[in-house]
Design a protein around this ligand. Structure first.
Ligand SMILES: Nc1nc2c(c(=O)[nH]1)N[C@H]1C(S)=C(S)[C@@H](COP(=O)(O)O)O[C@H]1N2
Ligand SMILES: [Mo]
Length: 197
């Protein structure tokens, strides 16, 4: 008897699920600290650092930015994956287009409510699936999943997808994020299983 196995073993990207991840139908809630209270009257979104145009938007103004819907998978470094999440919000590249990064802006620090930060090469954030999301699966983004606004970076482990984002800062050198300072991989590619540094 012959068993044919054609093509499937050639790539480390077989299907939608990265190595050693388990698909969950639920959506676990995972974060440090407590869920911040959202006040639409005082909330703002700030873009600063190595850019031509500093940006400061109220919540109402953020909702007026051009919006997009994406569908992507979400991989937590602890081993669960949630497939086919439908996010609605503003692509990071829309923010970058408005802010006009200077040529020496190479990284972006994402600052959330509380102490949480993460950072990424600007290039990674310009992918067409990277979104600042305020809706999930057709409903407004629940506070425990990062509402009113979270970053979603599908190609990285989910600690790069900061919840409760309030500020993004363009920098020349990379500022290590909360988990990245504590031993988690700074590159965080789930397909290469870059979990720890
Ligand atoms: N502000 C903030 N964002 C965060 C975290 C956090 O602790 N604080 N945890 C990260 C981690 S490790 C994961 S797995 C995802 C979990 O998102 P979820 O709770 O919506 O599933 O949020 C990420 N974003
Ligand atoms: Mo995570």
């Amino acid at each position: 008897m012959f068993v044919y196995c054609v093509g499937l073993v050639m790539s480390n990207r077989v299907g939608n699920v990265p190595p050693h991840q388990k698909v969950t139908g639920k959506f676990p809630v995972l974060h440090i600290g407590s869920v911040p209270k959202f006040d639409p009257g005082s909330w703002n979104f700030i873009v600063e650092g190595l850019i031509e145009n500093e940006i400061r938007l109220t919540y109402a103004e953020f909702l007026e930015l051009p919006k997009t819907v994406t569908k992507s998978d979400f991989h937590c470094v602890e081993g669960w994956t949630r497939l086919d999440n439908v996010w609605e919000g503003v692509l990071f590249r829309t923010i970058a287009d408005l802010a006009k990064p200077l040529t020496h802006a190479k990284y972006v620090t994402v600052v959330a409510e509380g102490n949480y930060t993460t950072s990424l090469p600007l290039q990674d954030l310009l992918d067409e699936d990277v979104i600042l999301a305020y809706r999930l699966d057709g409903k407004s983004l629940p506070p425990d999943h990062g509402g009113p606004l979270r970053l979603v970076v599908p190609k990285k482990y989910a600690y790069k997808s900061a919840k409760w984002v309030r500020k993004v800062r363009f920098t020349e050198k990379q500022e290590l994020g909360y988990w990245e300072k504590r031993g988690y991989s700074n590159t965080a590619d789930p397909w290469k299983e870059e979990r720890y540094s």
